[in-house]
Design a protein around this ligand. Structure first.
Ligand code: COA
Length: 256
């Protein structure tokens, strides 16, 4: 079974992260498959809306840590991750997230590039980049402070703690929280409404609301350069070793 599922019905393409035994952690191959699906949806005149969701009880636990350790991608340059970030941040049609459970790392930051986000009441979101010895990505270091201010953004980024669905909605990451069992139907109804709307008016409205895409692309490059350095550095190596050994990382060994 493919780890990225794509289905299209009545103008709505649903892209499902389908690796539930690993909480839908995204490998580089999965990023490539998502980019292919997004490009196909953008090019298909019959597709008006794209929904991103996860199989099982997680949305996505973010980058696959083993894949990242073994094949650190060039996020500032050409890589499946940078292609994915470029594709979602510049996606021309309406992008909806159905957050069915845990969203970690890019599982939370990709929401910043979706037009509408609906979350199950069981959803939990976090951006634990610093806990992993990393820095924010997906232009989240620009978009989150712009959305909620420096202080609240600092809390999310510096501690990397998890917020529940209600708090995520309060902060503005999520439009609406619905009971987990009702999420798929709720999102399908919203997507059907959008698919019946005037497509050019939707596309132009989205374009008008988006902040300068050049600033976002530049921030992704700046973040990517630092993320890449950290990914190859000792703090990330310690964090990953600790995660798989099921122990706390020891960051005391590193000079500040
Ligand atoms: N990369 C690789 N493997 C991952 C993963 C990731 N990002 N997230 C989860 N997994 C794997 C676990 O290693 C475990 O594998 P195993 O069954 O072979 O032991 C499996 O998925 C299930 O995860 P588990 O940790 O047992 O589930 P949980 O419900 O207790 O916790 C998470 C779920 C997502 C909170 C926890 O797995 C986690 O913190 N993962 C890392 C998230 C992360 O740091 N992402 C990167 C952000 S840049």
């Amino acid at each position: 079974m493919s780890e990225i599922l794509t289905s299209t019905l009545d103008g709505v393409t649903t892209i499902t992260f389908n690796r539930p035994d690993k909480k839908n952690a995204l490998t580089l191959a999965m990023y490539d498959a998502i980019v292919d699906a997004l490009n196909a949806a953008a090019a298909d005149p019959a597709v008006r809306v794209v929904v991103l969701t996860g199989a099982g009880d997680a949305f996505t636990s973010g980058n696959d840590l083993i894949d990242f350790m073994r094949n650190p991608p060039d996020i500032a340059g050409e890589s499946p991750v940078s292609r994915f970030l470029a594709a979602i941040s510049s996606f021309p049609k309406i992008l909806v997230a159905a957050v069915n459970g845990l969203g970690v790392g890019v599982g939370m930051t990709m929401l910043l590039h979706c037009d509408l986000v609906y979350a199950a009441d069981t959803a939990r979101l976090s951006m634990p980049f610093t806990q992993l010895g990393l820095v924010p990505e997906a232009a989240s270091s620009l978009l989150v402070p712009a959305m909620i201010g420096h202080r609240k953004a600092a809390e999310l980024f510096l501690f990397g703690d998890t917020v529940d669905a209600a708090r995520a909605a309060q902060l503005g990451f999520v439009n609406e929280v619905v009971p987990a069992a009702a999420l798929a139907d709720h999102v399908a109804a919203k997507a059907r409404r959008l698919a019946a709307a005037a497509p050019t008016a939707l596309r132009l409205t989205k374009q008008l609301m988006k902040p300068a895409i050049a600033d976002i692309a530049q921030r992704m490059k700046d973040e990517g350069a630092l993320f890449g350095e950290q990914l190859r550095g000792p703090e990330f190596a310690e964090a990953v070793a600790a995660f798989f050994a099921k122990r706390k990382p020891d960051f005391q060994q590193f000079a500040a």
